[in-house]
Design a protein around this ligand. Sequence first.
Ligand code: FAD
Length: 350
Amino acid sequence: MVDYLIVGQGLAGSCLAWQLLQRGKRVLVLDVPGNNRSSMIAAGLFNPITGKLMSRTWLAETLFQSLYEFYPQAEQNLNQKFFYPMPLYRPFLSVQEQNEWMGYSAQPENQKFIDHIHTTSAYGDQAHDAFGGIVIKQCGYVDVPVFLQSIRTFLKEQNAFAEEWFDETQLQHSATEVTYKHWKASAIIFCTGTSKTNLWKAAPVKPLKGETLTIKLNEKPKLIYNRGVYVVPGNENLYKVGATYETQNLSESITEAARFELATRTRELITLPFEIVDQNWGMRPTSPDRRPMLGHHPNSKNVIIFNGLGTKGVSLAPYFSAQLANWLTGSAEILPTVNINRFKALYSKS
Ligand SMILES: Cc1cc2nc3c(=O)[nH]c(=O)nc-3n(C[C@H](O)[C@H](O)[C@H](O)COP(=O)(O)OP(=O)(O)OC[C@H]3O[C@@H](n4cnc5c(N)ncnc54)[C@H](O)[C@@H]3O)c2cc1C
């Protein structure tokens, strides 16, 4: 008997399992790691100022404080390295943009995330930045595959991981208990990303396909460059470039069009010569209002969901896994803007 059966060990399932273990709960996590087509593909970037309009990300202060505590603490406990804070540089395209940013940077709520504004080229030996650019702080990346593998190894040592695909037909649940094959738990938590389950078939998780390139650089970039694409460090002289956003063509394969788009944007961003050595694709689990989904099923209090991390799993998962774990252990409420309740009209039919 465990407290929680968790289905899925991407960023959502991994952070939640870790949070519950930290609170003295017993968990069993089911996953087939080879099937992960989101967390394993992610470049792992975190950046408090994002999007085409470069605005402060939703709940930036809270989320970034949480992630800056969560990953280093997990690194320490797991004795592994996967958290890499690093400034990010976004070149300006015009004098007008430069002026706009001078204005934004004066606002106190933006100041803590802005390191410096360059009004002339500062990294011209590596990037196209004739109009200067903005250096953003509190950015960096998580090596997600290493993080997931470290959590999995830890779970295995606790006999808390089973490498198998969850078969819903074998699940039985009552008001107080769930039974799956020979395992029993107080509740089951679905962290399955874009994989649909019957119980949650009406939860509005939509796949947003993304493709990335792995490129080889002979010179090390001085920081993370980001405009149109990002160039994020990987192993040795390999870097991840991403990503595309595709809602229509959800083919489960890489495409020539994405390779062309990413390569073109990379050439527009950096001056360093590069060689493409790999290309990958994945499906982000998004929600209609771009907010995560947490909470219980309308018909069962012990059937729970943690999903909808969308394009920002690295920065959303630490804070919202803590919120879900606190709610499960009775010490906090779920924020209404992320409560799965908001989709009740859709999912109560399932
Ligand atoms: C190309 C690309 C680039 C990205 N870059 C970034 C980035 O730089 N920064 C960032 O913050 N985010 C990024 N993301 C988004 C990030 O990857 C997601 O927000 C996050 O991975 C979602 O995590 P998840 O755990 O909800 O889902 P997933 O990672 O999809 O995990 C779900 C897990 O559940 C398992 N599963 C599903 N059904 C079953 C079942 N029946 N039985 C057993 N196991 C099951 C799957 O195998 C999988 O391991 C990127 C995504 C893509 C596709």
